[in-house]
Design a protein around this ligand. Sequence first.
Ligand code: ATP
Ligand code: MG
Length: 440
Amino acid sequence: MPGASAIEDALARSRLAAAVPPNVREVCARLTAAGYQAVAVGGAVRDAILGRDPGDWDVATAAEPDAVMALFPRTIPTGLQHGTVTIVTGRGAHSHVEVTTFRGEGAYTDARRPDHVRFGVPLVEDLARRDFRVNAMAYDPARDEVIDPYDGRRDLDERMLRAVGPTGDVYEDAVARFTEDGLRVMRAVRFAAALEFALDPETERGIPPALPSLAKVSRERVAEELRKLLAARTPSLGLRIAHRSGIIQTIAPALHAGITDVEHWLARVDGSPAGTNVRLGAMFAELAPKAAVRRLDHKLAKAVDAQLKALKFSNEEAQLAAALVAIHGCTREPSWTPAEARRVLSDVTRARVPAAIAFVRAEGRGDLAELMTRVENDPIAIGELAVAGKDLMDGLQMAPGPLIGRILAALLNQAFEDPAINTRDELLTRARTLELELAR
Ligand code: ATP
Ligand code: MG
């Protein structure tokens, strides 16, 4: 164990011994008893040493997939061509253990998947083809031994992400790892934010040459990394690097072009509440024009929605973020009437009101957030009026038709100005007048 003192090593081992779940331990034990080396590996080892919740454990083994399947009664052939078998050890969460055969990889000509994997390689070679040294450690539960040929423990101590690789020259390894699989640059900035680790400068220097690889990665996988990054306590720890290294420009060129003041952009994202969708809105708020507006800018919202959908965010994520970006323009208005606040909330739609208020507060417009909170229980949608279309038809003997919808819209508009009118009697009285006016 190079670099780790005896005390640190003992601490790491005791944390690992306590953290390895019994089913993972048993899977390793059975493989080991059959003569195959089997170890816990990757992110869970890293997290257990750091004292973080390890989430899912991954096992790596010398056994090839058919040998693994022969040893366990319940298995799922998850990804045989990549050497991955899932072992079902019981029911419920964490009952599935992924076991992957030690592998070395051939060239990645498409920057997404290796052309072929080679089995029959030793663990050190398997570890060398991972992404970062902190993710290239293994733990052998039977022998209570940390296997750390690339000095990941030193990086954990330094809270530093360095590319792993066979050459030992960090820049060279970084370019090779990042170019092979373009997702790894996203993982770099995501881990920087989530673990609150620095990215080693030589490793960062390996990002720009790998951006063409990033451009080939599926947008779904990129979005997933961005989600994890935005869920971190301080997303700017990753976003700052993503911006200066060209990642943002590659994955969201319009956003990159819209960022004029990087520090301001980063502070806004950090300052926004940690619900990912709200952060996503904060991240894209730079796209809002600088002019103040009093109503939600639907054209802007549509444009942002389209960009986020292109990045494969879900409809819900894209729509909420788009609405928040559009609201951002409204927060530049110095003063608001209650009716204006209700109209904006109406455009935002009921389900998104809490996120909108949180966003506006984080934008530094506490006064506006207070006003929105005061009016948020007023009617902001036709469905929240004290009368429905059926009431108009029954009460006013109206025939079904588009006039009903127009009357309801007009009533909602009146309720924005004075929510006290939202009673059945008052609305029916007003509907009668509206019927005569609108029918003309
Ligand atoms: P998290 O689970 O928090 O997303 P993780 O590091 O555990 O982080 P996983 O996707 O669970 O990530 O992968 C487990 C391990 O597999 C990693 O720690 C790393 O060793 C390896 N790995 C995963 N994805 C890649 C990749 N794209 N390139 C290289 N190695 C990877
Ligand atoms: Mg993991």
